[in-house]
Design a protein around this ligand. Structure first.
Ligand code: NAG
Ligand code: NAG
Length: 506
């Protein structure tokens, strides 16, 4: 991989010419691929330069104004999220500077309470993955220190279910009775890896106990749980079932925890299989033009709405399909992958909208307003929130599809997405959210501040650019046979390799 650096300059013109034939014939040469990897690395360098100049040590840069935000306790979330990406891209000087910052962070100092889930996936996940790639004991010490001071205290509740927030000064859970499926349901991977690396099983026990408790809670649709729960009673508080934000990584981790534990765990894999059956039987919805999306449920109503966030699911399904050798899961994965990708190429900018709805083929399309019928016929969806938040999920799935099927067409798809990001999201100091993917003339850049979500820019370093880079790297580099990625794209080394990657790439 590191060899890419040496050949970059000479490759520019060569690759620029060849890109034309890529489009015509849909074949990529090794030179194209190396060029693409280098372009992605340049994007990282550009964004990191901006962050380093104006926001170093803060959680995020505001890429439109060069301002800063501290949405994740001000410990330097972008640095922790980018550590492994720098190692993977071979950016040694940047890594050394980052490492100095990491050594000196004090987990008990912050003006905000720690959000257990976010601290776990970004800070703990980032440290563990950096340690797996470059085992410096300081990284593991820092991870243990974080777990002890800020993450494990979340479990100091009467029923051992984790509180959403911990006061980092007192080391006590913040009184707050509402917890979210994706948050308490995706702590396992990090805690299991921490136990594996330290030999201290308390972390894994705490994380996996949540799933034992969950398996005893009845769900109306088998294996699919509502998003909001009551902490004290540990029961669902509403009936809203979605695979999107607020639920997503719960489903993702059921499979991945089994993989990380070398199959020495059955409950979570069973829960994953049941949930996938229900996605197939209850949530799967097809349009008149053959697009397939996963719907939502509220009470007894099926809601025909979804979004880019759910586009991690095709990759997770394909990983599970190959791991379990299950053809029907693989088919669902392919249907969802194609439909997800189509939401990108069917907008004028080539960027997917954040959310969309659709008309199911069982419905009489003629009763809908003409404008909706037209949209369905033209693009297969009706955009709701037209923003794009530099999100990685579709790229992530394309990465799994490329690595697992060996089909290089997925590389070309990811490259198209990257080109659109370069064209519409690049600013003088980084990359930014945009509000309107349907308007090529004015995409309305957003600076990561006027959002219902807090500033989330750090995942661009952790996920979007890492998956893009690995997409164009040698497939044996960070192989899916040897690593499992957490929900923030931090790869953890498997104690026992699996066999999911393609043997041939063409
Ligand atoms: C942010 O920094 C870049 C790079 O130094 C500069 O070109 C740009 O003008 C700055 N933007 C603002 C709003 O100050
Ligand atoms: C943590 O608890 C202390 C003592 O109760 C309180 O003064 C402080 O404001 C709390 N910190 C946060 C971030 O909520």
């Amino acid at each position: 991989m590191r060899s890419v650096k040496k050949i970059s300059i000479g490759l520019y013109c060569l690759a620029a010419v060849c890109l034309q034939c890529v489009r015509a014939k849909s074949t990529t040469t090794a030179e194209d691929t190396a060029f693409r990897a280098e372009m992605v690395k340049n994007a990282f360098r550009h964004a990191w330069q901006g962050y380093s100049s104006f926001a170093y040590g803060h959680d995020e840069l505001q890429p439109m104004t060069n301002g800063t935000t501290d949405s994740r306790n001000g410990w330097g979330a972008s640095i922790f999220d980018a550590l492994d990406t720098m190692i993977i891209m071979g950016l040694e000087d940047d890594y050394q500077r980052a490492f100095e910052h990491v050594k000196n962070v004090d987990w008990t100092k912050s003006k905000d309470p720690s959000k257990t889930f976010e601290t776990n996936i970004r800070y703990l996940g980032g440290l563990l993955s950096a340690y797996d790639l470059r085992p410096d004991p300081i990284l593991l010490d820092k991870a243990v220190d974080l777990a002890e001071k800020v993450i494990m205290p979340a479990f100091n509740t009467p029923n051992r279910m984790p509180a959403a927030y911990v006061n980092v000064t007192t080391g006590r859970p913040v009184k707050h009775n509402e917890i979210v499926l994706a948050e308490f349901g995706s702590l396992q991977l990090e805690l299991v890896r921490l136990s594996q690396l330290t030999g201290d099983d308390r972390y894994e026990t705490a994380g996996n106990y949540i799933l034992e408790k969950m398996s005893q809670v009845p769900s109306r649709i088998p294996g699919l749980y509502p998003m909001i729960w009551n902490l004290e009673s540990f029961t669902p508080k509403n009936t809203y079932v979605t695979i999107s934000g607020g639920a997503d990584s719960y489903y993702e981790y059921l499979l991945k925890t089994n993989i990380l534990m070398s199959g020495n765990e059955e409950l979570q894999l069973d829960m994953w299989k049941v949930s996938v059956d229900s996605m197939q039987n209850y949530l799967r919805s097809e349009t008149h033009s053959g697009k397939v999306y996963l719907a939502e449920f509220e009470e007894h109503y099926k809601l025909l709405q979804t979004g880019e966030l759910v586009c991690f699911m095709p990759g997770n399904l394909l990983l599970g399909a190959r791991y379990l050798n299950d053809e029907s899961i693989s088919q669902l994965a392919h249907e969802l992958m194609n439909s997800c990708y189509d939401t990108w190429i069917n907008t004028p900018t080539g960027l997917a909208p954040e959310t969309w709805s659709w008309i199911d083929k069982e419905q009489n399309i003629a009763v809908y307003p003409e404008v909706m019928q037209k949209m369905m016929l033209r693009s297969g969806f009706i955009a709701q929130d037209t923003g794009y938040d530099l999100r990685p999920e579709t790229i992530e799935s394309l990465f799994y599809f490329y690595r697992i099927t060996g089909d290089k067409a997925y590389q070309d798809k990811a490259w198209k997405i990257f080109e659109a990001i370069e064209k519409y999201c690049k600013t003088t100091s980084g990359y930014t959210r945009i509000a309107d993917v349907t308007n090529m003339e004015d995409v309305k850049p957003l600076n990561f501040e006027e959002s219902s979500f807090p500033s989330v820019y750090s995942y661009f370093f952790a996920e979007t650019l890492k998956y893009l880079y690995l997409m164009f790297s040698d497939p044996s580099y960070i192989s899916l046979d040897e690593y499992v990625f957490n929900t923030e794209a931090h790869p953890f080394k498997l104690n026992k390799p699996i066999q999911v990657q393609a043997k041939e790439f063409k």
